[in-house]
Design a protein around this ligand. Structure first.
Ligand code: HEM
Ligand SMILES: *[C@@H]1O[C@H](CO)[C@@H](O)[C@H](O)[C@H]1NC(C)=O
Ligand SMILES: *[C@@H]1O[C@H](CO)[C@@H](O)[C@H](O)[C@H]1NC(C)=O
Length: 322
């Protein structure tokens, strides 16, 4: 037991060390410094506009990058449309009628193509948009390692198996993240993204009605707009964080301690198990959460990128170049 948990802690530190030494992945924040010096300004300006139109879009783009990275790595595969016989990832269970922000990626890509045609990948645009969405909602910032290339394929099958559903228990979540070389600490830090944005009733109904670790007043509040019988109200939205739903802070963790986690997969992080102590640390120390979140975002952004001459730079993020 002790040796297994210290081995896991070591695994988390080792990855961090490799990451900071630059030996982990071939991505670099200065990848486009010469080929597209205005890239980060273009992405930021387009994101500011999108978040002014709808603040939630910051959250939606953070999630889009996560769902890109967990399927075939961070390669823009989630952005490919279904056309003809080609089946992409957009209709996979975790994505269908749920992942949003594709038009914002298109808008950024169009703006980037005007100044730097054929240079910047859609996968890198998604990583920058996720960072900017986080920052614009009040979260921490970081230098995004860049140089990913775009896939020519997508995988409905991998999206179906590898995107964790909200019904997962802690062991299953840890396994799903281990499969992507992310340790339990990364899981708990990244789940803090649920300090912003919304979930549909269909995703939290079972937890709110049947969960054993739910604050009764919180359950009553959520049941008001999420009827017990599906499909009634399936698509009704509730915020993850009641108080500060569009502010990226550490309130997610105090909600967990108060048994106000919205999804089953949220509350299992504070349920008498291995992540309880870390959740309490993130409540007490927002700077620790910010720093662990950034570390984990960079690790997640390093999942199996296509680099060098692999893949391509798509001209249109929705279709493979012909
Ligand atoms: C630990 C496993 C995770 C599960 C099971 C999970 C599940 C979900 C579900 C079910 C929703 C609501 C979707 C809907 O109802 O349409 C959601 C929303 C969201 N997720 Fe996660 N998630 C996980 C991890 C993450 C990670 C790692 C991130 C980013 C780092 C993230 C960021 C978000 C954001 C920002 C939203 C709100 C999106 C919006 O309002 O448009 N999630 N997640
Ligand atoms: C995706 O959602 C649409 C609209 O609800 C539905 O008609 C379609 O069957 C879903 N696709 C898959 C593959 O589940
Ligand atoms: C609660 O759990 C039972 C037994 O698994 C299930 O039949 C029922 O549909 C659940 N209720 C809700 C509202 O999810």
């Amino acid at each position: 037991m002790a040796s297994s948990s210290s081995r896991k802690a070591w695994h988390c530190l080792l990855t961090l060390f490799l990451l900071s030494s630059g030996a982990y992945g071939q991505l670099s924040p200065s990848f486009y410094a010469r080929s597209c010096p205005t890239l980060q300004l273009i992405v930021r300006a387009t994101m500011i506009k999108a978040v002014l139109v709808e603040r939630r879009m910051g959250a939606s783009l953070l999630r889009l990058h996560f769902h890109d990275c967990f399927v075939q790595g961070c390669d823009g595969s989630i952005l490919l449309d279904d056309v003809g016989s080609f089946v992409g990832e957009k209709t996979a269970p975790g994505n269908n009628n749920s992942v949003r922000g594709y038009e914002v990626i298109d808008q950024i890509k169009r703006n980037v193509e005007l100044l730097c045609p054929g240079i910047v990948s859609c996968a890198d645009i998604a990583a920058l948009a996720a960072r900017d969405g986080t920052v614009l909602l009040g979260g921490p910032t970081w230098a995004v390692p860049l140089g990913r290339r775009d896939s020519t394929t997508a995988s409905m099958a991998e999206a179906t198996t590898d995107l964790p559903p909200p019904s997962f228990d802690l062991t299953m979540l840890i396994q799903a993240f281990e499969k992507k070389q992310l340790c339990p600490r990364d899981l708990t830090a990244l789940s803090g993204a649920h300090t912003i944005g919304f979930s549909q009733c269909a995703n939290f109904r079972d937890h709110i009605y049947n969960g054993t670790n739910v604050d009764p007043a919180f359950a009553a509040l959520r049941k008001r707009t999420c009827p017990a019988q599906p499909p009634n109200g399936d698509m009704n939205l509730a915020p993850f964080d009641v108080q500060t739903q569009l502010v990226f802070d550490n309130a997610y963790y105090s909600n967990l301690v108060a048994k106000r986690g919205l999804l089953n997969s949220d509350q299992v992080l504070f349920n008498g198990g291995s992540q309880d102590a870390l959740v309490r640390q993130y409540v007490a120390n927002p700077a620790l959460f910010a720093s662990d979140f950034v570390t984990a975002m960079i690790k997640m952004g390093n999942i199996k990128p296509l680099t060098g001459t692999a893949g391509q730079i798509r001209r249109n993020c929705r279709v493979v170049n012909s």
